[in-house]
Design a protein around this ligand. Sequence first.
Ligand code: FE
Length: 190
Amino acid sequence: MPLVDTSNPRIVDEIMGNFAARGGRHYGEQVTELQHALQCATFAQRNGESPNLVAACLLHDYGHLLHDLGEDIADKGVDARHEEVGANWLKRHFVEEVVEPVRLHVAAKRYLCWKEADYLAGLSEASLLSLKLQGGPMNDEEGREFEALPHCDAAVRLRRYDDMGKVTDMETPAVTEFRTLIESFVRKSD
Ligand code: FE
């Protein structure tokens, strides 16, 4: 008899609860963490991205909601490695197609600074500040290594929505409207 997987609603409840409890944190731009997550996911959805990428967009900064280091850590010169913290937590519950673009979204910023001449000039002040802490633009070797990674394309796409999701007063669906989508990427226990 197949085992009933009861983990799905529980973990997604936890995520919804964490967005409600900590999503009001300032993202370092003109928006909160929750608004930023919703904007990224909404832009991706409007562009017809695959559901796993939309889910990754919603969860890409979840690592920011898992630490208690304060909202202005970048201003203090600290890189919390939120992409690793977030991806490592998500990996326990979600499929690779959601987790790995999250892990690589900071590397994707460093990559795009190397790949595209105009990219760096378009970054927001907060993104430029954190770029320094994250190691600055990639060099040729790092750039080529990044291009060889299986989730490189998804990470770059995610990154572009990340950069867009900083709009003051943008209308988006509520986070609960992404619930079913997120649930569909919870790993089934075997
Ligand atoms: Fe972000």
